[in-house]
Structures are given as C-alpha cells and as structure tokens.
Write a protein that binds this ligand. Structure first.
Ligand SMILES: Cc1cc2nc3c(=O)[nH]c(=O)nc-3n(C[C@H](O)[C@H](O)[C@H](O)COP(=O)(O)O)c2cc1C
Length: 181
C-alpha cells in the first residue's frame, strides 16, 4: 500500500547533517502551519513555536547544554554539537499547568513538523537534549531570548534544514503490537 502520507511516514529519518542552505520563508510557513494543524487534548493548542535562525543564539544554547551534559558525565559527556549545524532550530515551549497532555501534544506537533519537512525535501531531527541548557540555571534567560510566552517552559526542539546525509531506517523491534480479536 502506498500514498503520499504513508510514503512520508515510512521515509522520514532523523537527519544529523545539514547543508548551509537556508530554509525559505515559504517552507517555514507551511511547516509551521502543519505544526498548528496537529491535534491536541481538548484542542488546547498549548504550544508556542520559536523558529530560530540566529546561529549565535543556537551556539549559545548548544554550549550551555553541552557544558551541563559534561558535568553530568555518562553517555553524552563529550558531546559538543547537539544541533548538528542545522540552519533552523524550532523550539517548542508550553505552559503545562494542570494539563497532563501537554507533552504529548507537543510531541504530536513535532512529528507533524518532521513529516511536513520531509514532504518538501527537508530533514529534521527531534531534540530532547537542548533541555539541558534550561537545566543549567539559565532557563529564564534562554526562555526570554527565545520568546517563550510568560510561564512557558522548554518542551522539545526540532533541527531543520536541507539534508547532507541519509540514514537507514531504524529497525522495528518485535513484540510491540498485539492484535486482540
Ligand atoms: C522525544 C525525542 C527526543 C529525541 N532527542 C534526540 C536528541 O536530543 N538528539 C538526537 O540526536 N536525536 C534525538 N532524537 C531522535 C531519535 O534518536 C530517533 O528518532 C531514533 O533514533 C529513531 O531514528 P529515526 O528518527 O531516524 O527513525 C529524539 C527523538 C525523540 C522522539
């Protein structure tokens, strides 16, 4: 079975290498429209999308996150580049309040961004690691620089750009589906 939606779902990959080519305003507009077409619990649309092309700011957040990762040690201790030199990073922030579904809503919007980008020839990788920059004691500073609405916190980020590398699909593990008849 094949159609454009299934093709996008089956062909999307996390892209970790980008060309320096800028993403056009028209491309960004359609990707951000797709993000906002996402479903959300009680149609709460709890998200805010900060579309960042300022490479200085991206580097500042990168360095703060990497320093924090270094302090914590472990698997990511020696990471120096969490944004993979992407020309655009979209930060999703949200006010969680009492709504337990906010994280899920932002996750769905992330996948809408990833699929829309893929469908127009762009690559993405969803990024949790930038959260470390906000855990470094500089959450308020970065929230301000990124234009998060008052009371909103970092939820997830997505690197976006023209792919400079391809990637094999991730293997699908057995045993994650049960058919109950
Ligand atoms: C919530 C979430 C957080 C992620 N955080 C990162 C990250 O910080 N850095 C990274 O390189 N990839 C990150 N990824 C990408 C995953 O590693 C990737 O989706 C997974 O390995 C499967 O590969 P695929 O996306 O190419 O199918 C994240 C993915 C999700 C859904």
């Amino acid at each position: 079975m094949s159609n454009p939606v299934l093709d996008a779902i089956f062909e999307r990959r996390s892209i970790r290498q980008y060309t320096a080519e800028p993403v056009s305003d028209e491309q960004l507009a359609v990707i951000l429209k797709a993000a906002q077409e996402s479903p959300s619990a009680r149609n709460g649309q709890p998200w805010h999308f900060s579309v960042v092309t300022n490479q200085e700011l991206i580097k500042e957040i990168n360095d703060a996150a990497c320093a924090e990762l270094g302090k914590q040690g472990g698997f990511y201790a020696n990471v120096t580049d969490i944004f993979y030199q992407a020309p655009v990073v979209i930060f999703i922030s949200a006010e969680s309040g009492n709504n337990n579904w906010v994280t899920l809503d932002c996750g769905i919007a992330s996948q809408s961004i990833a699929l829309a980008a893929h469908s127009i020839g762009l690559g993405t990788v969803i990024l949790g690691l930038p959260g470390m920059a906000f855990a470094s004691g500089r959450a308020a500073e970065f929230a301000k620089k990124l234009g998060f609405p008052e009371g909103s916190e970092f939820s997830i980020a997505i690197a976006l750009g023209k792919p400079a590398a391809s990637k094999e699909p991730h293997p699908i593990n057995d045993g994650h589906v049960s058919y109950i008849k």
